[in-house]
Design a protein around this ligand. Sequence first.
Ligand SMILES: Nc1nc2c(ncn2[C@@H]2O[C@H](COP(=O)(O)OP(=O)(O)OP(=O)(O)O)[C@@H](O)[C@H]2O)c(=O)[nH]1
Length: 306
Amino acid sequence: MPTSMPDIAHSADALQEGKLDWVGMGNIELPLLLSSKGLNDTPVTAKADAFVSLDREDAKGIHMSRLFLALDSLSCEQTLTPATIRSVLDSFITSHEGLSHSAKVTFHFELPLRRASLLSGKQGWKNYPVMITANLANGRFNLELAVDVTYSSTCPCSAALARQLIQNAFEEKFADQSLDHASVHAWLGTTEGILATPHSQRSVTNIKVKLDEHCQEFDILGLVNMVEDELKTPVQAAVKREDEQEFARLNGQNLMFCEDAARKLKALFEAENYPDYYIKINHYESLHAHDAVAYAVKGLKDGYRV
Ligand SMILES: Nc1nc2c(ncn2[C@@H]2O[C@H](COP(=O)(O)OP(=O)(O)OP(=O)(O)O)[C@@H](O)[C@H]2O)c(=O)[nH]1
């Protein structure tokens, strides 16, 4: 007569009694089919973190396989949408009847998006790090979308200092001469003329937006487009020389301290009326060995903190 297997999580007493905020698994490998506005359903390779609260003080443990198998069904049978995430969290809680009142899940993945070049009409892929976090507690569903957008920032102070050097060089070159249009024009096209350029650097904004709890559809493309249109100088995918020249113009016409970038996005997100938002600006300075950093949040009492 086969004996039944011991079920420690079910039968054993807790070594030490007490509630736990979250118990579960981290870094679960999970292929998903993402559904997001403006995109074909996109296969992504995600890492998932899955948790329930342990509210019964004398319970030995949760049932991890139940969380794992609920995520496996999401991966194999459904697309990733706000509704399917909510139903996964529902199943986390119902599969832990009497043990858990709350559940949360996080999906981290890279989303490949087709990006158009500035002028040449070419296209190329760019990957965007995305994190979707959801939790369900006492019937309240919270959903958050986080994305990183990489761009170029050119320093306004450095640009002013470079312009001064160019003016000084002009004085030196053409002092006490009648100005000949052609020779000035030629001089401006030389490194002797434009003898200084401002420093610019690759920069990343980490963005988190709280989505409405009745949100039906992710719009990751819309969020990325809105941020890149506002910053004007996202790093490029396909670049021909005409694109590179336009990129140089955009950098020259959109000089940005980290404060400027943060204020631009704060104003944008205020206008978009997100329930809450978090912005971190990282300028990985080419002038310094350290970064220039700025933060902005909506400032709600129970909202994002910096
Ligand atoms: N709760 C908990 N389980 C763990 C941990 N480490 C490993 N496990 C194992 O997770 C496995 C899955 O637990 P359960 O989901 O309860 O597995 P099960 O009893 O076969 O499934 P059910 O019949 O649905 O309860 C068990 O074999 C546990 O030993 C841990 O730190 N905490």
